[in-house]
Design a protein around this ligand. Structure first.
Ligand code: DGT
Ligand code: CA
Ligand code: CA
Ligand code: ZN
Length: 609
């Protein structure tokens, strides 16, 4: 692990341990803030002297000394001292939804709870109910959150699996004899989690392809290796970004891994094999039924004329397929338009009168949810805008957190005013890297537990764009959550409802509002619902997107940028949109600058200033 990454991890852990020990919040924040600052650094900090470290915005003298200590000794004494005082199981408890540092500290102090088993014990024997703020309802909520956290599905996040698959594809493309390579399975369908990675290769030299696959860098185990089918496990290094407290960065031996299956096929049956191994199984079943009705047999080798009296498979009898080299020709022979992989789920995609045009990556022309160093982002304003320009976007919305998000260093009205001045300066004096990109001044305003927004309407009207998002109180009951989100949608200055449920995939379920009520209100009040593209969120999820599209709602696909790499998550947002049958015109990020700005301006202008 690089020096910077180690420093970020140790500083974050220090912040967390200080909080569990009930230390001064300023000290806690100083460490969290420094960790964020270092995340945004591209220089190797182990090479900097004390003055250069202190010059980094967010790094003070005390933190600089800790970084020097880490560079010289490989450890930070304070971190080690704290780790001696805080039981490791306590850190894990913080992953459970609804358990913040204050509660965990109280459980520790009052009932000597030091790990999950201890917490379950005092829930089971009822003694937890004697503690302050631990009513029956609160405890039931915790019990549900524990059950959720424990149902480890073994399925991997899309954004963790995708880079591994991309690396395998790139590796296999260079192997002698290989003609075509693709990833298939649930990954190609863009599902939010995947069970294993399926790789398909067509080659004239299958043995060579198999050998190259099984000996690829990153392979930690070979499970099976044959001429046409092999299975291996790849080691994973998971970068949870700003959710890095969640214990994924374990020791080398418990490093998670993922299975990858390789199939090698002859090039003439590429299309049939790709179709078969892309699934879904349910889609394949429907296709085979359809083929049979037309007197054809479909399998992973091709589409063949059906002969009920013959023994064995058509390919083994040397029957010539009517199609098989490409997916397109197979769908065409079955009288179907090409079905995009993301919607091959047997959810109506084979009804020929219904062939949607789905949104695609190049359609996106604006990012409407991004943070800078003013709150918890690692990019200064100017860098953020440069990245937007480099992506070819016509607009970028600066939407730092609002004041209630204290841990994220949310802005109050005064700081918003200062930010406006900085934005105006950059608008008036663009650099070659920012020239031509419209900078919209917005806020990601907290939707408070009762549905109030974190700023008054005057302030919201004065902004160019408002993303309203729930960040806390994410285990409310569905009715309370629905009313809370409805109030935000009804606010006359809200443009986008950000990550509407607040879920984190495999980590916390988030809110469970009545989606039909939200969709009707969003449509009525002209509010776009966000697909937050981070692979831990993907919120709205695919099924909700489909419902929103059918209800005629607008959708925003945004990266919720906190660091430069977050722009790359756009792909996962797009895949989720495609799984929801989202056409480009219904996504506000595809609109021209003029159309987008006009739409936003309907709810803004006036107010203060
Ligand atoms: P996963 O890995 O659980 O996320 O889901 P998939 O869809 O990638 O499933 P996987 O890896 O078991 O198999 C890859 C594809 O192979 C699957 O999407 C469809 C095809 N397939 C696998 N088993 C069967 C089967 O028994 N019948 C049919 N028709 N197709 C199958
Ligand atoms: Ca799979
Ligand atoms: Ca598989
Ligand atoms: Zn955000």
């Amino acid at each position: 692990m690089s020096f910077n990454r180690t420093a970020v991890r140790l500083l974050n852990e220090t912040a967390q341990m200080l909080e569990l020990l009930g230390e001064n919040p300023f000290k806690v924040n100083a460490h969290a803030r420094a960790a964020r600052a270092i995340e945004g650094e591209s220089r190797d900090l182990s090479k900097l002297d004390r003055a250069a470290l202190i010059a980094i915005e967010g790094v003070g003298a005390k933190i600089a000394d800790k970084l020097l200590e880490l560079a010289q000794t490989g450890k930070i004494g304070e971190h080690q001292d704290l780790a001696g005082q805080v039981p490791p199981g306590l850190m894990r408890l913080l992953d459970i939804q609804g358990l913040g540092p204050k509660t965990v500290r109280m459980l520790w102090q009052e009932r000597a709870v030091t790990d999950l088993a201890g917490l379950k014990r005092i829930i089971d024997d009822g003694s937890i109910l004697e503690l302050p703020r631990m009513g029956k309802k609160a405890v039931e909520k915790i019990a549900r959150a524990i059950a959720y956290a424990e149902q480890d599905t073994g399925r991997l996040h899309l954004g963790v699996a995708m880079p591994v698959a991309a690396a395998i594809v790139a590796h296999m493309e260079k192997v002698t004899g290989v003609k075509r390579v693709a990833y298939a399975g649930s990954l190609r369908r863009g599902k939010e989690t995947i069970g294993d990675i399926d790789i398909l290769v067509s080659s004239t030299e299958p043995a060579r392809a198999t050998e190259a696959f099984c000996s690829m860098p990153g392979v930690v185990a070979v499970i099976a290796s044959g001429e046409t089918k092999s299975s291996v496990r790849f080691g994973l290094e998971i970068n949870l970004g700003r959710w890095k407290f969640e214990g994924a960065e374990g020791d080398a031996e418990d490093r998670p891994s993922v299975q990858a299956d390789l199939r090698v096929v002859p090039d003439e049956s590429w299309g049939a094999a790709l179709m078969y191994f892309s699934g879904s199984k349910e889609h394949n079943v429907r296709l085979r039924e359809r083929a049979l009705k037309q007197g054809l047999t479909l399998n992973e080798y091709g589409l063949f004329p059906e002969d009920k009296n013959a023994e064995g498979s058509p390919q083994s009898r040397g029957v010539a397929p009517v199609a098989g080299a490409t997916e397109e020709e197979i769908y065409a022979k079955l009288g179907l338009p090409f079905v995009p992989p993301e919607i091959r789920e047997d959810r109506g995609e084979l009804t020929p009168d219904h062939t949607p045009t789905l949104i695609a990556l190049p359609d996106i022309r604006a990012e409407l949810h991004a943070h800078t160093t003013e709150s918890d982002g690692s990019l200064p304003l100017q860098d953020l805008v440069s990245h937007a320009k480099a992506r070819g976007f016509h607009s970028i919305a600066v939407t730092d957190h609002s004041r209630s998000s204290a841990v994220a260093n949310g802005l109050d009205v005064k700081r918003l005013g200062q930010q406006r001045k900085a934005i105006e300066r950059l608008r008036d004096n663009p650099t070659p890297q920012t020239q031509g990109v419209a900078i919209l001044h917005g806020s990601e305003v907290d939707i408070l537990a009762g549905g109030d927004l974190d700023f008054d309407n005057d302030t919201l009207a004065w902004l160019d764009v408002v993303v309203a998002s729930p960040h806390a109180s994410l285990s409310q009951d569905p009715r309370t959550a629905t009313d809370r989100l409805l109030r935000a949608i009804e606010n006359p200055h809200v443009n986008i409802l950000g990550h509407p449920t607040g879920r984190l995939i495999n980590k916390r379920p988030g809110l469970d509002p009545a989606m039909d009520e939200l969709l009707a209100a969003a449509r009525e009040h002209d509010v776009a619902l966000e697909i937050n593209a981070h692979w831990l969120r993907l919120d709205l999820r695919d099924t909700h997107v489909r419902a929103a599209v059918e209800a005629g709602c607008l959708i925003a696909i945004d990266c919720d940028v906190h660091q430069a790499e977050d722009f790359d998550n756009l792909l996962y947002g797009i895949l989720t949109g495609r799984r929801g049958w989202l056409p480009p015109a219904q996504c506000v990020n595809t609109w021209t600058a003029k159309k987008l700005h006009t739409w936003l301006a309907k709810k803004h202008g006036g107010g203060r200033g």
